[in-house]
Ligand binder design. Structure first.
Ligand code: DX5
Ligand code: ZN
Length: 215
């Protein structure tokens, strides 16, 4: 059964970077309508991935909804780049903005992009409650950001419940880290409606079957 209220956003961090065109086609043919783009700078997280140049190239090849997850310091310096290369949603980390959070939200909105705010597993969700009615999406990380293939941290589940209870009804609640067919059930039960998945969907023999098993 396909649950139309749930969005799956496969993370290309686990894809074959030498064959992104093919990997994107696989997502397009599946029940996933989004693609999750993990941008890491080697400062905010101990890993480096890719930036707006690569996104611009794949934008020309794909109509998927581009869900950009910025794991970078000083996101305000790069919003324009990520807006112009064709991201549909720009999601930054509260830990990287703190007192500049409202400015970054407005900056993203001024480019007519959807806005997401993220928190790491150790960050208290109450710190971002005042932004719930200003963003389109809240991302509750369920692993320490930086790498795919890590184990799901179930102590983050109450934070999903908190967002569900206190945020506007139409908010997107995204979960990222260690999502598979078992943990998907737990996060959906807690109120999540956008599930990122890297390893589980890309290491599966059949990506679409794996995507379906998360719905
Ligand atoms: C981790 C990234 C995730 C990662 C998820 O920092 O933000 O999006 O790709 O990978 P899995 O699903 O393998 O945990
Ligand atoms: Zn991510």
């Amino acid at each position: 059964m396909i649950n139309k209220n749930i969005i799956i956003s496969p993370s290309i961090l686990s894809a074959d970077f030498s064959n992104l065109d093919y990997e994107l086609k696989k997502i397009e043919k599946s029940n996933a309508k989004w693609v999750h783009l993990d941008i890491m700078d080697g400062h905010f997280v101990p890993n480096i991935t890719f930036g707006s140049t690569l996104i611009k190239c794949i934008r020309e090849k794909s109509n998927l909804f581009f869900d950009a997850h910025l794991m970078i310091e000083n996101p305000h310096k790069y919003i324009e780049k990520f807006a112009q290369c064709g991201c549909d949603l720009i999601n930054f980390h509260y830990e990287a903005t703190k007192d500049k959070t409202s400015d970054v939200i407005n900056q993203i909105k001024n480019f007519n992009k959807k806005v997401g705010i993220s928190i790491k597993p150790q960050t208290n969700v109450k710190l971002i409650e005042k932004y719930f009615d200003k963003v389109d999406m809240v991302l509750i990380m369920t692993v320490e950001p930086g790498f795919s293939g890590q184990k799901f941290m179930d102590f983050c589940l109450p934070k999903i419940e908190f967002v569900k209870k206190h945020a506007p009804n139409n908010i997107l609640i995204q979960v990222d880290g260690g999502i598979n067919d078992k943990t998907a059930r737990l996060v959906k039960q807690a109120g999540a409606n956008v599930l990122v998945s890297g390893n589980f969907v890309f290491k599966a023999k059949d990506l679409n079957l794996a995507v379906k098993s998360l719905l």
